[in-house]
Design a protein around this ligand. Structure first.
Ligand SMILES: C[S@@+](CC[C@H](N)C(=O)[O-])C[C@H]1O[C@@H](n2cnc3c(N)ncnc32)[C@H](O)[C@@H]1O
Length: 294
């Protein structure tokens, strides 16, 4: 890969997925894209870039963007967010939504499904307290490939051994050959939709809880600021947002304020004054990211 190839890919990935690669990440690009190039019969990355530049390879560009996403996830990842859900968010919402008896939760970079299904199992464990409630869990991701796997509800032995308590495995999964499949009623609690966070997502409506974990970490500061501004419009005023262990709003946006006792948990900031001309709040036009969001 030449320095020019690398610059082309860096720019493309930033525009299409928000991925902010520093100047020294050639090894990462090579490790992810050489297998893709070989799979389609090309000798290397330079030829892949040539084919993309030729302009007739929309699918190829989407495949490149997808190959560069990091999909690492596991059940009940980091444990603490699910303690927050069980101990703080659901109890508060049980009271606040007692009239409506409905909850909307958005898992904004859901990867292969372990996160939204952990949320679903957590809610199901509330038993009678939530019975009869309309529960909607929306799982979205840039990558169509991970969404297809998530929809299947099928997980390997290795995947169910990462973070999933054995009681929940026994209770909610059935063995299918060498794999484990989530019960249909837990799967039915989660709807899937392809969505690029760089694009407008206002049409999704508002949510009581947004999980947006371990994705913004790959974006630059302006992109994060813009996404926080737009996420703040999607959370109910008494709702919650959850970030990953290495993520924070501090120094990036005052659209949310950290929960005083619970790390990684945020609430919309009702008291802030929005600065005029907050350009970063404007999403990229759909056209610019259209290929990545098929
Ligand atoms: C590391 S996984 C995190 C999964 C899960 N939230 C967790 O914490 O376990 C990051 C996910 O973000 C998705 N992603 C990357 N860029 C995105 C974008 N611009 N819009 C939506 N999803 C994106 C990737 O496809 C990947 O599945």
């Amino acid at each position: 890969m030449t320095p020019l190839d690398y610059e082309y890919l860096r720019k493309l990935l930033k525009e299409r997925s928000g991925l902010d690669l520093s100047a020294d990440k050639q090894y990462l690009v090579e490790s992810r894209l050489i297998p893709l190039a070989r799979r389609i019969g090309l000798p290397g990355i330079s030829e892949l870039v040539q084919k993309m530049k030729a302009g007739s390879a929309e699918t190829l560009t989407a495949d490149v963007v997808e190959a560069m996403t990091t999909n690492e996830t596991f059940f009940f990842r980091d444990k603490i967010p699910f303690d927050h859900l069980r101990e703080a968010m659901v109890p508060a919402l049980l009271q606040a939504r007692a009239g409506r008896r409905a909850l909307r939760i958005w898992c904004a970079a859901s990867s292969t499904g372990q996160e939204p299904y952990s949320i679903a199992m957590c809610l199901r464990e509330f038993g009678a307290a939530l019975s009869g409630w309309r529960i909607e869990i929306l799982a979205t991701d840039l990558s169509q490939g991970v969404l297809e796997k998530s929809k299947s509800g099928l997980f390997s032995q290795f995947e169910v051994q990462r973070g999933l308590p054995i009681q929940l495995l026994v209770k909610y999964f059935a063995q299918v050959g060498e794999l484990w499949q989530l019960n249909a009623d837990i799967r039915a609690m989660v709807q899937h939709r392809q969505l690029n966070l760089l694009q407008d997502f206002g049409h999704l409506g508002t949510f009581d809880v947004i999980f947006c974990r371990n994705v913004l970490i790959y974006f630059d500061q302006d992109t994060k600021t813009g996404i926080f501004e737009r996420l703040a419009k999607m959370v109910e005023p008494d709702g919650f947002m959850v970030l990953g262990a290495a993520e924070s709003v501090v120094g990036i946006s005052d659209a949310f304020k950290p929960h005083q006792d619970r790390r990684g948990l945020y609430r919309p900031n009702a008291t802030r004054t929005v600065k005029p001309g907050l350009a970063a709040a404007t999403p990229q036009p759909a056209k610019a990211v259209a290929m990545a969001s098929r």
